[in-house]
Design a protein around this ligand. Structure first.
Ligand SMILES: O=C(O)CCC(=O)C(=O)O
Ligand SMILES: [Fe+2]
Length: 268
């Protein structure tokens, strides 16, 4: 873990021209999810996040776009490959335990909602020290659109905050490779609202830089995300409309740029 974080820092510290070789803008213009760079620009007055990002599809393994994976430092690709395999085991264990909490008939009741080609993205976030933390956020308020996120936070510098009942709560940094497990809004829909995808943000720091690595576990892009049938009944009607995951992601970015949550539009 330390090696991978150190390798990602090394990448982020390289000159911009080096990093642009892995850009998320095709031909310098058309935005795609994967690669190095920021969010899509949807409106002229959109305030961007104070962060540098590298977003890579790590699963399915045979669909990796290795041309987006930094070749420097040389250890990067091997370390990310190993980290992906370890995190998969953790994610499977957590989702099986959550299926039991929902009292689903089988432990794989959530895992088998992912479809044939569930996808995992690794997102490296690098937040440089910011001279005016009062003016800009590291990441604006959002909920993760995936099923589950495993977040490896900076061991020394705080920044993540979670919204609950109108108050922002600071998440302290933790040592010893602790992972923070976050529910994404896909799981909010699947669980018919039993679990919910909290709104969170990252504040900037005037003196210290910060890094984090999020692993986002999502369903197949062609799969419809919907409440699990077994959880529904006469007394438990569906609370969310279903949506194809591909459209959910597209809409997430539309709403995000307007500072709204896409899931609100799916509530019945
Ligand atoms: O940097 C963090 O602690 C959180 C990152 C995050 O929320 C995200 O990448 O979606
Ligand atoms: Fe997030």
């Amino acid at each position: 873990m330390d090696g991978l974080i150190a390798a990602s820092r090394e990448f982020f510290r390289e000159p911009l021209e080096e990093k642009r070789a892995y850009s998320n803008l095709i031909g310098g213009k058309q935005w795609q999810l994967e690669g190095y760079g920021n969010d899509p620009v949807k409106t002229q007055d959109q305030i961007m996040d104070w962060s540098d990002r590298l977003h890579l599809r790590v699963e399915p393994e045979d669909e990796r776009n290795l041309d987006r994976w930094p070749g420097h430092p040389e250890s990067f690709r091997g370390l990310l490959h190993e980290y992906t395999a370890s995190c998969k085991r953790v994610k499977d264990g957590i989702l099986r335990a959550m299926a039991r909490l929902l009292e689903l008939g089988e432990d794989d009741g959530i895992l088998n909602q992912f479809g044939d080609k569930g996808t995992t993205y690794a997102r490296f976030n690098y937040y440089p020290a910011c001279p005016r933390p009062d003016l800009v956020l590291g990441i604006r308020p959002h909920s993760d659109v995936c099923v589950l996120t495993l977040l490896l936070m900076d061991e020394h510098v705080a920044g993540l905050q979670v919204l609950r009942d109108g108050t922002w709560y600071r998440v302290p940094p933790v040592r010893d490779h602790t992972l923070l497990v976050n529910v994404g809004v896909s799981l909010e829909i699947m669980s018919n609202g039993v679990f919910w995808g909290p709104v969170h943000r990252v504040v900037t720091n005037s003196e210290k830089e910060r890094t984090s690595l999020a692993m986002f576990y999502s369903t197949d892009l062609e799969k419809e995300v919907e409440p699990i049938a077994e959880l529904l009944g006469e007394k438990q009607p569906a609370r969310y409309r279903k949506i194809k995951f591909r459209n959910f992601v597209a809409e997430h970015y539309e709403y995000f740029s307007k500072r709204e949550r896409v899931i609100e539009s799916l509530k019945i």
